[in-house]
Design a protein around this ligand. Structure first.
Ligand SMILES: *Cc1c(COP(=O)(O)O)cnc(C)c1O
Length: 408
């Protein structure tokens, strides 16, 4: 027998050192190395168990290791995983049909990452503006909101107002104007003859789970229809069950012209994104005008079909509605000088801590000591977004710990 080197067991510290040595320093993760996960629980390389209260920014809405999703992936892995769009595959058609139906729309354009979905929506809106609305060539304007987060491509950071994600990445893409989030008059005033779309998160995620004023989305729908511009809802983080409905727009019974979906669409297994819209709007594309080698690949489609099937049952949305209400009751009951405000919807909350109490990250470290993993956003906000598969017992276990840490 050949001599075999014994398996090298690395400690968490060694993993972190290795990442710091060999990977670019464009992240600042909490110092925990996850090596296993199931449902709402993750385990680190040193054998400690934690409850996942971030769910990969809502990409793991259905829980880690969802058996149905894993089986869909396994079955497809054995058949065919990638064809490119040079040929058809037998998963794309059914996926397109099923996703369009779930969204109450007519057609989809599949991509991989969320940012690609956003880029696709931008290209759609610009082409629509030139070919259907008659906007003069190369003058299209898209209105966006302050504190938006839509991804990391050069064009997308061009209309961000977060200095960290823009610094030294210029020159930037023109054609965007930013207005205060939730301000319908600002939207009205910003629209001119060149405007082709309003791109908005129905609830702002990275900004700190910011819910717009009641009625805002309804008014956006009215204004966009009246002014003949496209209402593009970036539901990459807010959609697919997170807020207690399939879409955050559903809370106001509003339908945008384009949904942008991502994150949970890939079932926590692989990147799958798509824009979903009408046949008419998506017909601005012609063969060769846009594409992606991996977009619409059979493995992604098979996984996402399972996700759509899961969403059709309304189970996760209902759990998010019911337990979300319970979570907000518990969070609002915490009377502490460390809690300035609690906001969000469904199983999605932001807790603002005052500067005098330290940073949100300080609290995330304390929560980790208690067995809870969550992530700060923008210095003073602790965000909570557990897998939507969480049960009441698990949620109460977590809330007991939030109460403890926030009351200390
Ligand atoms: C995460 C996110 C994106 C970008 O998705 P990636 O897959 O990271 O490119 C875009 N919009 C919103 C609202 C997001 O939360």
């Amino acid at each position: 027998m050949n001599a075999q080197a014994p398996p090298i067991e690395m400690t968490g510290k060694q993993h972190i050192d290795m990442v710091e040595t060999f990977a670019a320093p464009n992240y600042h993760p909490l110092p925990i190395v996850v090596s296993k996960a199931n449902g709402v629980w993750v385990e680190d390389a040193d054998g400690h168990k934690y409850m996942d209260m971030l769910a990969a920014y809502s990409a793991v809405n259905f829980g880690h290791g969802h058996e149905g999703i894993l089986n869909a992936a396994r079955e497809q892995l054995e058949k065919v995983t990638l064809t490119s769009r040079a040929f058809h595959n037998d998963q794309l058609g059914p996926f397109a049909h099923e996703l369009a139906e779930l969204c109450g729309m007519e057609a989809i354009l599949p991509m991989n990452t969320g940012a690609e979905g956003v880029e696709t929506a931008i290209k759609t809106a610009r082409r629509w503006g030139y070919t259907k609305k008659g906007v003069p060539a190369d003058t299209a304007k898209i209105i966006v909101c302050h504190n938006n987060f839509h991804g990391r491509t050069t064009t997308i950071v061009s209309f961000s107002n977060d200095p960290d994600c823009r610094e030294n990445f210029g020159p930037f893409t023109p054609g965007f104007e930013s207005i205060p989030y939730g301000d319908i008059d600002a939207l009205r005033n910003a629209i001119d003859d060149h405007t082709v779309a309003f791109l908005v998160e129905p609830i702002q995620g990275e900004a700190g789970i910011i819910v717009p004023p009641e009625g805002f989305l309804t008014q956006v729908r009215e204004v966009c229809t009246e002014k003949n511009i496209l209402f593009i809802a970036d539901e990459i983080q807010s959609g697919l069950g997170r807020t207690g409905h399939t879409f955050a727009c559903d809370h106001e019974n509003v339908k945008p012209d384009i949904y942008i979906l991502g994150k949970a669409l890939g079932g926590g297994v692989m990147p799958v994104s798509a824009i979903v819209s009408s046949r008419e709007i998506l017909s601005v594309f012609t063969p060769g005008s846009h594409g992606s080698t991996f977009g619409g690949n059979p493995l992604a489609c098979a996984i996402a079909r399972k996700v759509v099937e899961i969403l059709k049952t309304d189970c996760y949305q209902k759990n998010s509605r019911d337990l979300g209400e319970h979570m907000f009751n518990r969070l609002n009951a915490i009377k502490s000088k460390h809690v300035e405000d609690v906001h969000g919807r469904g199983l999605w909350a932001g807790i603002d801590v005052p500067k005098s109490s330290g940073t949100a990250r300080d609290f995330c470290y304390k929560l980790r000591e208690e067995g809870i993993l969550c992530k700060d956003t923008h210095e003073q906000c602790i965000r909570i977004a557990p897998p939507l598969s969480i049960n009441k017992e698990e949620l109460d276990w977590a809330m007991d710990r939030f109460e403890k840490v926030l009351s200390e």
